[in-house]
Design a protein around this ligand. Sequence first.
Ligand code: NOJ
Length: 553
Amino acid sequence: MDGRNARDDWWRHAVVYQIYPRSFADANGDGVGDVAGIRAKLPHLAALGVDAIWISPWYPSPMVDAGYDVSDYRDIEPVFGTLGEADALVAEAHAAGIKVIIDIVPNHTSDQHALFRAALAAGPGSPERELYIFREGRGSSGELPPNDWQSNFGGPAWTRVADGQWYLHLFAPGQPDVDWRHPGVRAEFEQTLRFWFDRGVDGFRIDVAHGMAKDWELPDLDGLEFPLPEDAEHDHPHWDQPGVHEIFREWRRVADEYRPSRAFCGEIWVGRAHRLAAYLRPDELHTAFNFDFLMAPWLPGELRRVIDATIASHAAVGAPPTWVLGNHDVCRPVSRYARDQHGLDPMARNLVHYQGRPADLALGGRRARAAALLMLALPGGAYVYQGEELGLPEAEDIPAEALQDPVWFQSGGTDKGRDGCRVPLPWTAAGESFGFSPDGAAAPWLPQPSDWAPFAADAQDGVPGSTLELYRAALTLRRELGELGDGSLEWLDGGENVLAFARPADADGVRFQCWTNLGSEPVELPAGEVLLASDALDADRKLPSDVTVWLHG
Ligand code: NOJ
């Protein structure tokens, strides 16, 4: 392990690569990715130069929400492999200098979890039911849900069981929310944290971290929208409740018992910078995804506003900023940036927000490469979702009969959901599934577009100008230039359509600069050595539209 990753504060600057295990690599030929597939691809990740991997849930699960419905938090889903293989993966990743972060899903369990099954069996009024959120219904015979909360995937957030009570699920009916006031819930999850920390796992990504505490009066929403306005003085009844912070203070104490320190990254959609920063106070979570950056349109003013707000709000609590362009829940950046960026819904992140707008995928790819270099030049940590290093677009044409996301079903077939960013990766230009599975294997669990050969890793390997080689070069330089991982930035004047900044000078007075042209005309670059560019510069060394360049000046 190199010195940088052995440091206790490795999480302050880490580039974390997200692995969605179903779709990363299938070693055993059943059409679904697995732990053995991840192990086989560790050389790809080491060559890419990432500091850590985050593995989306790999636990036993009925898969109503692709593994975010966990039936046993301390084992591995048999389709993915065994606990022994997971241990081997952690050891091999560490040997390659890569930290391992796994996903914990504490807002809800699967309805097949032993605790929920016990709660169902024990009946109304039993102590077992107190671990979940069971209530009587409204209406003369309890036939109406207890309140008007809606599932994030569509439809009511309550399901009625045979004995007449209702249980809360902010997501699918197969994902009952737990009651975090209950000491049994707290003890259960603390045991899970320790189980994996003791096995050498370096941290957790926390699913729906902003949903775990509720207003226990369970008041109706009465049309209340989320996110709340920046200056709102009231809280939302089930997102970002103040009670959540006490849970994370407990978790931080557990993480701090370990050396090197274990780290948390919260999935926190709150839409207000100061509310996000509250989760990152020194005794709470280490980091959180910066979804404001992900959702910012490719427009200079918007991006600059988000960058400034992020740096200021994180500095206020001493937390490192992070930057992210995609994950398994959102439309891939190539396809987002392929669309007209003006007048988008400020929360636009899924395919459904973009589908009415014509796509120019070549433009989207160019912007996504420029965005990647911009992101990797900013202070703090960064997340790369599998396939971004290949420049993959969203698969927009998956046939309805192949869709699997509960969003598709719970929206009554009006929202295709997130399957388009979850399509199995192309590793080789040849082969039945572009090398995702061995030839002769079952078909991939989601169909791959037939024209993906040029995106395959082996088609880009060693090819100058390919997206894969750009990511490799950027991550190598980021390590070599050490100063990129820490510190602040100073905006430079490059004109209104340019984002240009310098990072602090090194001992020799050399300053790293990052210039991104978001306008339609080429711009003059300052003197200095060009280190890397997301696409070719003009013959007269001008910076073309939608290109980022790294310079030493
Ligand atoms: C956020 C996860 O990223 C998403 O995939 C999942 O559907 C929900 N949380 C519910 O667990």
